[in-house]
Design a protein around this ligand. Sequence first.
Ligand code: UGA
Length: 437
Amino acid sequence: MKNIAVIGTGYVGLVSGAGISDFGHNVVCADIDKNKIKHLQNGEIPIYEPGLHELVNRNVQSARLLFSSDVNKSIEDADVIFIAVGTPEGENGASDLTAVLEVARAIGKNLNSYKVICTKSTVPIGTGAEISKIINETSNNSIEFDYVSNPEFLREGSAVKDFLWPDRVIIGASNVRAFDIMKNVYRPLYINETPVIQTTIETAELIKYASNAFLSVKISYMNEIANMCDEIGADVHVVSKAMGIDGRISPKFLHPGPGFGGSCFPKDTKALVSMAEKFGTNLNVVESAIAANQLQKERMVKKLFKLLNNDVKGKTIAILGLAFKAQTDDVRESPSINIINALINNGANVKAFDPAANDNMKKLFEDLDTYMSWEETVKDADCVVIMTEWNEFRGINLSKLKELVKHPNLLDCRNILKIDDLEKQGFNYDNVGRKKR
Ligand code: UGA
């Protein structure tokens, strides 16, 4: 059992801290944001993430998980320190490492015994070396430490499951001592035969970006195939299903949609391209995926306008789904933002509903007219747009929907409604690569 400090209580920090305490270690999740820590100490979880509340409660009750705004003391008391603060987009697409380097300085100043310093935040290649340098410069040189890169692969919406049952654990370490300590942190997974891969620090840093960028490319590729289906009258569901049966392709991440969003793919693809430029190599494929994603978001706006014969002024449009994906309240880089902006700029009235993200979208659009159910939202609408694949939208009763709206126009950007049912009910509809001709 180890004493662990996790610095940063965002998605990655909070889920990792709770997950590691569930593995049997003593964990302090520390953050300089006193208000956030106060809420966490009161049992309030600041994000919507299925299963997180239970995981946190269980470990707080077992006294294995604590929250603290005393970052310095948390560092002093720990054997292993995880850096899990944000790395937002900085200039020219590169990552802004201000918070990470600030934590590195705090670690250096409070290094009172041998510790493993481990980065979970997504950081550019070479950051490990920079962090080690800062710790060396700010600490008493006689105290040893080891640096480890341990990228995280959890997804919002399934973060708890992804953390507790990951496909693999990557540990970039420069010696066996540090690797063994990290292996011990993940012992329950290790004994369960989850692949634990030991690499160099730089390789671990790259694995994270290479994985996220690959998935972004896969999505953009499928979106472009879906757009082609639109033009030739093919059904992208059948195409992707048949493609996915090929084990080399796999059926995952082959769902076309309104373009990828969230806090990771848009930021990490740009950061990887910026790193490639720095190292004098090319990442044309990733650059194209970024461009295709932008076009995909715009394409949804065009589809919507086309459905309404380019006459949106004064029309009432019901947007179902504001989060960038289902099972989260996160609206960062959500394709819904593009749709709402375009509608507002063209004089339409927007009514919106998301089961979890209304409040977050209202931070971006103060006057957004939000509702608490899809039924209220679609009432008297000239068009309904499905933007997020929440289960409650999958189950929409189309005859009831038709009764509620003013005009039965519907754009399904997630391909979740049955085409036969839409046709039977007489909807004027569109989707992403599945429209019958
Ligand atoms: C992503 C990665 O999947 C995680 O492995 C990684 O840890 C995380 O980024 C991160 O770097 O922190 P996340 O952004 O939470 O996770 O969500 P995803 O499920 O990957 O979805 C990303 C975007 O792709 C969403 O907008 C989603 O709607 C879209 N998507 C996903 C598709 O359009 N089609 C698909 O088939 C899959």
